[in-house]
Design a protein around this ligand. Structure first.
Ligand code: PPY
Length: 350
């Protein structure tokens, strides 16, 4: 724990042990160079406290690059509420409410929203005490609602640019796309892909999602354990982090990896593993920025839905295009190219 805290390159770590529930709360502020830190609140059990802190650290750093690249005036942060494995849901609103109080005490250092394991309903609870630093409350409570559809729109737009780069045309007609995870982002992405004429397959561990997309819509469902070796043109990870690693990358039979999940690479070397296999990787924090643009744009900048959709589509396409070109020109990974562009924007800020 001590070495993690010492070695992290971020600005500030806030630690709270929530006595009544035994949950650990970490708020990681990586950078406030472009504005107050912003990032979702992730709530789930972890195998140990270190992994929870490490997750917050990695996600906060990615948020910094994401917000710098999508042009929003926010720095990067992330919160993790690491609940015990036997957490009783009846204590959920209590820990969220106390967490909201903490966010409020920070006085605008950190703005939050939903993430893995938290919903707009949870944001309503956090915002009771945490307002005005909470994005993505329900529409009923006056918030912008779920960011899933906007994230999906950005991923869809990014997939078009990746196709342009690899196949010479943006059109997705007849392209085989495999979506891993048909939740709030993957599910909305599937709809965009289907209406563009793509041949969509999906994979999901949840019975409810399988029913919805396989049984109701008739999509082909790939078993979870076969998802990495399934032949397709575009593989789109929209569920967990760490899915691109030394074990899975050699199995891939696709030309493009472009999806909505955060922290898709298990370790930095995986970017080169993808490049060496001739697979074009759309860096996760670039292609999945639609959700952050939606929350910050609609709630902090008063964007209309139409304006948000234009910003998400064009913003993500322009940045990805630039990154793919830079990576090709310099012979570097797309991840390294994205990092270079982000660092440039961060160091140009006064
Ligand atoms: C993400 O894009 O991973 C987020 O966490 C979205 C977000 C952005 C800004 C505030 C809260 C959540």
């Amino acid at each position: 724990m001590e070495s993690l805290l010492k070695e992290w390159k971020g600005e500030t770590t806030i630690v709270r042990y929530d006595q009544p529930t035994g949950a650990w709360v970490f708020i990681a502020i990586f950078s406030t160079r472009l504005g107050p830190a912003a990032g979702g609140t992730r709530m789930r059990p972890y195998s140990d406290v270190q992994s929870a802190l490490q997750d917050a650290f990695r996600l906060a750093e990615a948020m910094t690059y994401k917000l710098a690249l999508c042009g929003m005036s926010f720095g990067g942060g992330k919160a993790v509420i690491a609940i015990p494995p036997d957490f009783d849901p009846k204590f959920r609103s209590g820990v969220l409410s106390r967490y909201g109080e903490l966010v409020h005490q920070l006085g605008g250092l950190f703005y939050t929203g939903s993430d893995v394991g938290t919903s707009s309903n949870d944001m309503d609870i956090i915002a009771e005490k945490g307002s005005p630093y909470v994005f993505g409350r329900t529409l009923t409570a006056g918030g912008a609602g779920s960011s899933g559809p906007a994230t999906a729109l950005g991923v869809f737009s990014g997939i078009q640019i990746a196709c342009q780069h690899v196949f010479g045309e943006r059109s997705l007609t007849g392209r085989r796309v495999l979506v891993q995870g048909a939740g709030s982002v993957g599910g909305a992405l599937i709809e965009y892909l289907r209406s563009s004429g793509a041949e969509v397959k999906f994979s999901d561990a949840e019975e409810a999602s399988i029913c919805q997309f396989r049984d109701d819509i008739g999509l082909q469902c790939v078993p979870v354990e076969e998802v990495y070796s399934e032949e397709c043109d575009i593989f789109s990870p929209c569920a967990l982090g760490g899915v691109l690693n030394s074990r899975t990358i050699p199995q891939l039979k696709c030309r493009v990896v472009a999806g909505g999940a955060n922290n898709q690479l298990a370790e930095p070397e995986d970017a080169a593993r993808l490049k060496d296999r001739g697979i074009l990787y759309a860096p996760d924090y670039v292609i999945n920025a639609g959700g952050a643009m939606f929350l910050a744009g609609v709630e902090a900048q008063g964007w209309t839905k139409e304006h948000m959709e234009k910003e998400v589509t064009e913003g993500i396409q322009n940045v990805l295009q630039k990154i793919f070109e830079l990576a090709a020109k310099k012979g570097i990974t797309t991840e390294a190219a994205a990092r270079q562009v982000a660092e440039k924007r961060l160091s140009a800020a006064i």
